[in-house]
Write a protein that binds this ligand. Structure first.
Ligand SMILES: Nc1ncnc2c1ncn2[C@@H]1O[C@H](COP(=O)(O)OP(=O)(O)OP(=O)(O)O)[C@@H](O)[C@H]1O
Length: 262
């Protein structure tokens, strides 16, 4: 059992930006959320994280409505890294990562040793142990992105929601970060623009178009040239990468109108 949506919809500013989406990840799997700009990926992540309430359908955690959980209980189970996460200046990396421990604090503080251990582990997993005492505003964009991931890991959640976590990362860190995410024993939903990264690291993908789920399943089954043409209106070729056994997508210039527009 895990975090799920059933026929979930969100009317945002008078428009249905998420329209009847069902997402049922298996425990521990990494699900890629794909789709063009404005297709509803971030909106669906907001619904899954509980920061927004659906106007129809349900978001559930272990079959109970997410809306019925306290903020603290939800925060113990679900960690989110959003696209525009930013933080005040003059604070160290370690202090930011320690913010992930807040949901674990009780009225009389919490387990200090567990906090220290969780923060150290999160820093090590994201390759930031050497940067722990540096100031946030001195970090590069990519390092900041990793600090946000470390904060989410320090939270020790069961469910991890990531909105474009590879933004600002160079190719080495893109690969390392998604490998790290794929190896975590957490159920992860990750919004991605890069179809090759999704194909390489996700157990399954859900493709959104105009708020609706148009395809879902294993990357090799879903990421076909036809689907990519239909959803992104581009020419793609797909082959199997001999090294990974995963689909590898190439593109040729020129736009393909979707069948809906033809
Ligand atoms: N604050 C808002 N109020 C009303 N509508 C919004 C708001 N933010 C986004 N939208 C609309 O919701 C729709 C879905 O946006 P969303 O950000 O979820 O898509 P996305 O797939 O994450 O896009 P991108 O890939 O560009 O990040 C878009 O049409 C967008 O214009």
């Amino acid at each position: 059992m895990t975090l799920r949506t059933r026929e979930v919809g969100w009317n945002r500013g008078g428009r249905l930006v998420v329209d009847g989406v069902t997402l049922e990840p298996r425990a521990g799997e990494t699900v890629g959320l794909l789709g063009p700009n404005g297709s509803g990926k971030s909106s669906l992540i907001k619904l899954l994280s509980g920061t927004a309430r659906p106007t129809s359908g349900a978001v559930t955690l272990d079959d109970a409505s997410l809306a019925a959980l306290s903020r603290k209980d939800a925060a113990r189970a679900i960690a989110t890294v959003t696209q525009h996460a930013d933080t005040v200046v003059d604070i160290t990396v370690r202090d930011i990562v320690a913010l992930g421990r807040i949901p674990h604090r009780g009225t009389f503080g919490g387990d200090r040793q567990a906090d220290t251990r969780a923060v150290s582990e999160a820093l090590a997993r994201t390759g930031l142990s050497d940067k722990a005492d540096e100031l946030w505003h001195r970090l590069s964009g990519g390092e900041r992105q990793r600090v946000h991931i470390a904060r989410a890991l320090a939270q020790e959640p069961r469910e991890l929601l990531l909105d474009e976590p590879t933004n600002h990362l160079d190719i080495r860190y893109q690969l390392e970060l998604l490998q790290l995410v794929a190896d975590l024993p957490l159920t992860t939903v990750v919004a991605l623009h890069d179809l090759n990264l999704a194909a390489m690291f996700c157990d399954s993908v859900l493709v959104l178009k105009e708020g609706r789920a148009v395809a879902g399943g294993a990357p090799a089954d879903v990421l076909t040239p036809e689907l990519i043409a239909e959803v992104y209106e581009v020419n793609a070729t797909v082959r199997t990468n001999p090294g990974t056994g995963r689909p590898e997508i190439g593109f040729t210039p020129g736009r393909v109108p979707s069948t809906a527009a033809r």
